[in-house]
Design a binder for this molecule. Structure first.
Ligand code: FMN
Length: 186
């Protein structure tokens, strides 16, 4: 089971990271897990070059290239993002743009997400759904929300957040078992 976890917050140990760790705790110990902390990487969104139209891959040479490679490697991709101005973080949005060249390469990968915030989170969810559907990924889990606003307190204000994040992890594992191990438990 190859899992890539994408930490979309600039804060490495913030609310979003805690939700992701809770989701990860549902994975079996033999899972191969890679972690990408977008806040630690120097990279841009998609630019004007359109070079991928002729090369078939993104030619912008920056830190995100290894994450793009890991997305293709992964069987499960778990995204985490704070809601920022009613959308995913700018770091995660830049990563999304940089996958424009990946025609079909994320197809049928299992995708899930956790998000944190307290308002307008629907449009954040919408961006994640649209991204995964655009790439023909298989959506696993219903997405877990951590109801937070850092300046007024973190996840301790939402007793269901960690449980829901764990449930998202469980659902991704279940989807993997259905698809890769032919285990359908009704
Ligand atoms: C630039 C910025 C914009 C934000 N916009 C929203 C927002 O639209 N809705 C919301 O609920 N929270 C918003 N927040 C609050 C964060 O989503 C919230 O504090 C989140 O839990 C932070 O996650 P982190 O600890 O993983 O960084 C915003 C925070 C920042 C820094």
């Amino acid at each position: 089971m190859k899992v890539l976890v994408i930490y979309g917050s600039a804060r490495k140990n913030g609310n979003t990271a805690q939700m992701l760790e809770a989701a990860l705790s549902a994975f079996p110990k033999e899972a191969e897990i890679k972690k990408a902390y977008l806040g630690e990487l120097k990279f841009s969104g998609c630019g004007p070059c359109r070079e991928c139209k002729t090369t078939g891959y993104c030619t912008i040479n920056d830190d995100i290239q290894s994450v793009l490679k890991d997305m293709i490697w992964a069987e499960i991709i778990l995204f985490g993002s704070p809601s920022q101005f009613s959308d995913v973080s700018s770091e995660l949005k830049m990563l999304m743009e940089r996958t424009w060249w990946m025609k079909g390469q994320l197809r049928n990968k299992i995708g899930g997400y956790v998000i944190t915030g307290r308002r307008y989170i629907e449009s954040t969810m919408n961006t994640l759904h649209a991204f995964m559907l655009r790439h023909r990924m298989i959506l696993g889990g219903s997405g877990a929300l951590g109801y937070t606003f850092t300046e007024m307190g973190g996840l301790e204000n939402d007793p269901l957040a960690i449980r829901d994040a764990f449930g998202t992890g469980q659902r991704l594992v279940e989807m993997y078992q259905i698809i890769y191990e032919n285990k359908l438990n009704r």
